[in-house]
Design a protein around this ligand. Sequence first.
Ligand code: HEC
Ligand code: HEC
Ligand code: HEC
Ligand code: HEC
Ligand code: HEC
Ligand code: HEC
Length: 494
Amino acid sequence: MTDRSAPRRSFKHYLRNWLSWAGLVLAASALFAFLLLVAIDQFAGHRNPYVGILAYVVAPLFFLLGVALTLLGAFFQRRSERRAARAAEPLVIKIDLSRARDRKVLAFFAAGSIAFLFLTALGSYQTYQYTESVQFCGQRCHLPMEPEFVASQHAAHARVECVACHVGRGATAYFKTKVNGVKQLYHTVRNDFERPIRVTSANPRPPQAICEQCHWPKKYVGNVERTYRHFLSDEKNSPFAVRLLLNVGGADPNNGPVGGIHWHMNVANKIEYIATDELSLNIPWVRMTDSQGIVTVFKTPDFRGNPANYEIHRMDCMDCHSRPAHKVHTPNQAVDLALATGRLDPAVPWVKAKVVAALVKPYKTKPEALRDIADQLRKDYPDPAVSGPIIREAQAIYRVNFFPEVKLDWRTHPDFVGHKDWNGCFRCHDGNHTAVDGQMSIKASDCKACHLILAQGSGEMLSKIDARGHNFVHIDTEYSDFTCADCHTGGLQK
Ligand code: HEC
Ligand code: HEC
Ligand code: HEC
Ligand code: HEC
Ligand code: HEC
Ligand code: HEC
């Protein structure tokens, strides 16, 4: 099929060259990978934003590359045909199936293409599996999400994948996560992501419906007993524990009495609130709509704003369980836990106070912090046999709970499930939120509304259980003032 006059030819003609063929195979594989990824993504139980990057960014890039190669091949083919025509020489690039060599090459090419398609399928699926994994979210995206990854490893949701909570349902949520995934990748590469990363209105926290995929809100929990073991910052590291019977209760009349802490989730009633700061630490306005549809508005005396000017949130699980996964411990909690489990020796004088003091100092980077913590504790305990294990434990605590490079520690991400280190429940239950008619306030004055103190203190005292609940004995004085967080910060006492 040599043609020296080179008349106008169809575009298809110019595609007859190896480069264009390779380009076509690449484009076809990319299209195939795209369809496969979209299918995987549609039919997988939950959705993964990074498959979006693969499907909608990487696969199309390869597709375009394939198309470009095809065109380039056609271009070269045309040029060489024109040249050949001009020089009246036989064509250099030519595919002729009547020739054994060309048939062999074609067979080889076809086999290669099938293998390539197969590998593309395998590769896409493997990549998909990988982007689903916690390692991908937490480790590849190392710096930005390191805190969430590290912290999630020691909490109740350690076995729950990031995507189970973080990728929403429905087409809009799906598309948003795709866009977000690409945006996050971009900011990670440019290293200009927000520090610390926060949930924002553009990048909101998971909706309650996500929690409900695993947790049944109608479940009756009833009473939950918890023991909080502390050690005081005195020379003897005196133990001080509180045994609470928390009245978690339930929210559905068919499964148990409605009441207690989970009453807020009663499907029949609705609590809404206004927060005046980014972290929702201040809640001056609350609106309750009960099962009969009766609406009551509670507010603090100093709130004079017009509710219409604020964003009104509906209360959900995360308003109490604000750190359900990836919770970072306060230095107090972490050191108390180490003492309670024997990783720190309570017989070493002042060890609670010294370790907390070394942890809470402001550091710029992790290596600097680990070095300074060691220096500090070596000064406090000159005997290396004493300081060695203390330094190791203090550094271990620092590693999993402090992330100075991304400016994240317990101070930046409050836990609202109680009221000791943050106002948590007391953001509303502080006795200061009264109904507009002044008749009612959110239940507050009664410490026993939410829990009974079964026992407290240490030794003999801790074994005195009272089923009706003790009054709180704050170290050694009876105590009933509400704002615990005025003094307790999770770090050093104010
Ligand atoms: C049990 C559900 C759940 C799981 C599992 C989970 N998260 Fe979260 N995550 C949340 C909630 C709820 C918030 C919002 C917290 C808030 O309101 O401040 C959040 C917030 C975040 C934020 C914003 C910054 C912050 O810390 O508040 C990042 C980043 C994040 N998660 C990453 C991850 C990564 C990475 C994983 C997997 C290692 C993961 N999450 C697993 C529920 C979850
Ligand atoms: C994919 C399933 C799944 C999702 C989604 C999920 N959880 Fe969980 N949750 C679990 C598992 C599993 C446990 C551990 C249960 C156990 O160990 O007894 C758990 C435990 C908990 C606990 C008890 C924690 C403790 O310290 O004992 C709370 C509170 C909780 N989840 C709240 C939430 C909230 C709030 C959300 C929504 C942001 C959520 N969960 C989403 C599976 C899930
Ligand atoms: C008003 C605050 C509040 C709200 C809202 C709330 N919880 Fe809780 N929840 C608590 C408290 C307090 C506990 C007691 C245990 C504790 O201190 O961690 C608890 C306990 C739990 C437990 C552990 C129960 C057990 O058997 O140990 C789970 C699971 C849980 N909540 C899930 C949820 C889910 C899911 C939602 C949303 C549908 C939700 N909670 C809404 C305050 C709340
Ligand atoms: C956004 C405001 C808000 C927050 C935060 C909040 N509550 Fe409430 N809570 C209310 C309102 C409003 C009521 C209903 C008014 C009342 O009964 O006084 C209520 C009622 C209750 C009740 C009584 C339920 C019943 O049986 O009638 C308990 C118990 C309770 N809350 C516990 C808690 C605990 C524990 C926390 C923190 C983990 C908490 N609340 C956080 C607003 C809030
Ligand atoms: C609105 C409900 C509510 C009220 C009212 C309330 N508490 Fe609590 N309290 C809680 C919850 C929830 C926790 C558990 C926090 C957790 O699991 O981290 C808690 C924990 C505690 C603890 C243990 C904290 C620790 O870390 O050792 C003490 C002590 C305590 N409360 C004392 C009181 C006293 C004293 C009062 C009355 C002035 C009071 N509480 C009123 C909900 C309440
Ligand atoms: C006026 C300041 C102040 C207020 C308000 C206050 N505390 Fe304390 N609390 C302290 C001090 C100081 C200690 C001793 C700390 C130490 O030795 O480490 C302490 C110790 C404790 C301890 C044992 C040790 C520890 O660090 O956990 C608990 C539990 C406790 N307080 C709970 C509460 C609760 C709950 C409230 C609110 C009802 C509250 N406190 C209000 C100052 C206060």
